[in-house]
Design a protein around this ligand. Structure first.
Ligand SMILES: [Fe+2]
Ligand SMILES: [Fe+2]
Length: 171
């Protein structure tokens, strides 16, 4: 991670992904937070897009913030992918719309707005949705290690809301 990004990350380490009993249901649900429309893959690519467009709209500091946060979301993608594998699933870039029906991740999941204030407001709403889903997921899992990992990711998403809110106030 580049040096400027160190100002935007929480120091607390991530709990290790521990071996799990195979659980299709858990793997399926985790794929929603992984490659679903509001999942980590969408967050990464949304924030990379925002990081490139915000400087063109006169907000380079917003661009830097999105660049750094996108890297944290990539860490989340890797961790959730490992958890999907641990539950016996395949961390491909798709999600379950219903228990029997999958959909591939698509670029249509990203919003292509160009105004920095809009980007930040949308990002705050997206983080709030991500937190709500991680809380539901953490409540449905049995393993305390898996729960702890989701709680640690929730702490990052809460931090992102604080960062985006601060950036919005400075615009
Ligand atoms: Fe995330
Ligand atoms: Fe986030």
């Amino acid at each position: 991670m580049d040096k400027t990004c160190m100002n935007y990350i929480l120091a607390e380490p991530y709990p290790a992904v521990s071996p799990q009993k195979p659980d299709n249901n858990a793997a399926r649900r985790l794929l929603g937070s992984y490659a679903g429309p509001q999942g980590e893959l969408t967050a990464i690519l949304q924030y990379v897009y925002n990081s490139q467009l915000a400087p063109l709209a006169g907000a380079p500091q917003v661009g830097e913030l999105f660049h750094c946060v996108s890297m944290v979301e990539m860490r989340h993608l890797e961790l959730i992918g490992k958890l999907v594998l641990a539950y016996g699933g395949d961390p491909g870039y798709l999600y379950y719309q219903t228990p029997g029906r999958t959909a591939w991740w698509t670029g249509a999941n990203v919003s292509y707005v160009k105004q920095p204030a809009r980007m930040l407001r949308d990002a705050i709403a997206g983080e709030e949705q991500a937190i709500a889903e991680y809380r539901r997921l953490a409540g449905s899992l049995q393993d305390s290690g898996a729960k702890a990992l989701l709680q640690r990711i929730i702490a990052d998403e809460e931090h992102h809301i604080a960062l985006f809110t601060g950036a919005l106030q400075k615009l």
